[in-house]
Design a binder for this molecule. Sequence first.
Ligand code: THU
Length: 140
Amino acid sequence: MKIDKLIKEALEAKNMAYVPYSGFRVGAAVLTEENKIYTGCNIESASYSPTNCAERTAIFKAVSEGYTKFKAIAITGDREYTFPCGVCRQVMREFSKDLKIYIVKNENEYKEYTLKELLPHSFGPEDLERKTAEEKCDEV
Ligand code: THU
């Protein structure tokens, strides 16, 4: 899949942002291992904390439909380059250790990173697999 399509979809998704409080629009498009694209925008709330970032909207849409492995995500916001917040980086980590992250300014200009670069020394699902198979057997 060409990265141009992912970028276009993120730019389009930004137009759906529900941002009556910050006025700051963000759009994201995530590419699954199966080459399906899910898009998302940020959605704000009058009580602020329920606000959901664009990246998580896109990822949760995909996961809720059974897609849990991702190759790449494109992100674009109302400033030149909008980087994902810490919470979204952690959510990305849940599903993909080797995710490519495209930070998009416009259709022709973007920066490319890996999740490892943006979230080094991360904590993830494997860290909760504390017990070896042997230890588990001993318990029985
Ligand atoms: N926002 C995102 O959608 N993604 C990010 O990674 C950074 C922040 C949103 C949340 C809120 O609606 C607005 O940007 C201002 O923080």
